[in-house]
Design a protein around this ligand. Sequence first.
Ligand SMILES: *Cc1c(COP(=O)(O)O)cnc(C)c1O
Length: 424
Amino acid sequence: MKQETKCIQAGYTPKNGEPRMIPIVQSTTFKYDTSEDMGKLFDLEASGYFYTRLQNPTNDYVAAKIAALEGGSAAMLTSSGQAASFYSVFNLAGAGDHVIASSTIYGGSFNLFNVTMRRMGIDFTFVDPDCSDEELEAAFKPNTKAVFGETIANPALIVFDIERFAKAAHAHGVPLIIDNTFATPINCRPIEWGADIVTHSTTKYMDGHDATVGGAIVDAGKFDWMAHKDKFPGLTTPDDSYHGITYAEKFGKEGAFITKCTAQLMRDLGSIPSPMNCYLLNLGLESLAVRMDRHVSNAMKVAEFLEKNDKVAWINYPGLPGSKYYERAKKYMPNGSCGVIAFGVKGGRKAAEEFMKHLKVAMIATHVADAHTCILHPASSTHRQLTDEELLAGGVSPDLVRLSVGIENVDDIIEDLENALKAV
Ligand SMILES: *Cc1c(COP(=O)(O)O)cnc(C)c1O
């Protein structure tokens, strides 16, 4: 199946007389005829459902659709993108371990790694995604367990060189985790470029309608955990909390990562999305390919307009031939990158705030990457906890305005921007 078809059909195939749409299994628990039947599930001897904190059929249908879209072997949903980022790293690294991350990742991920996960005893090195080979090489330590990057950085819009970082990670025997939220599997499939684990904030384009917060983790099923047995004891040695199961032996390359993440992390931390939210996410996924196409074409026209406007100091959109990331975006995202544009208004922070006051179609919202055109000044909102140095290291200048171009008629969006720029 092609991506457009998978958006509609993958993950759930009704049998004779069954509902056409994914059923919402709004039940916390599941009934069994004998204790023995249920015991097999607890021992991971049989697959099935017993308690929705770990797994639920509605969630699994939607996870299977996302796995198909990314070309992965297994996937799971989480209650937020933050939970997906946390699980993807914590499933591999614990106290005393080290992880390398791109310095331009989403502010929430940066804070999660740099503050909260450091408190848990995990060390992080943040590298410039455009660093030299020597700098990247120097970041690896004997206790490095993963490398983490973002296909298109939110909000800096820096395009990550997935293939290069995958090669470096693999040369050191560790997997590459890619947050593919902004590109979506419609525009980029990181697994094809060597990524081992792909994460999403499904809150953004996948849901696409400002309706549900959620996350997803997809395993490529390619990383050979047993070949690096000493590095990943959580996957390659018996789990005492699961009757001595060794995930990589019992579930192989294709299933070990997601099974461990579900059986241990979801069991103990419980960031499961509600079946209702997964159902809503699925509605978003059905139109994802159509929407992404429109987001990209609208954003391209808006970017061309902004580039020519003399009130605009600078613009970064990977689809513009003038962008530093144009060639890289063409390689990884030949059909277009995303609907998000970063730019600066001449006059800096104050001018940006004045400009935003005059907008009518583009709404001020912390949200990004959905059907509604919205706009944000990160330095005074989402990123206000970061210092100027941290902002700049994250690729966010104090005057950066993040415009998320929606799927409205593009003429209305451009007229709105034009009027607001005139008022500055
Ligand atoms: C929003 C976002 C997240 C966090 O996701 P939530 O669903 O808000 O928890 C992670 N990564 C990226 C790139 C994001 O844009």
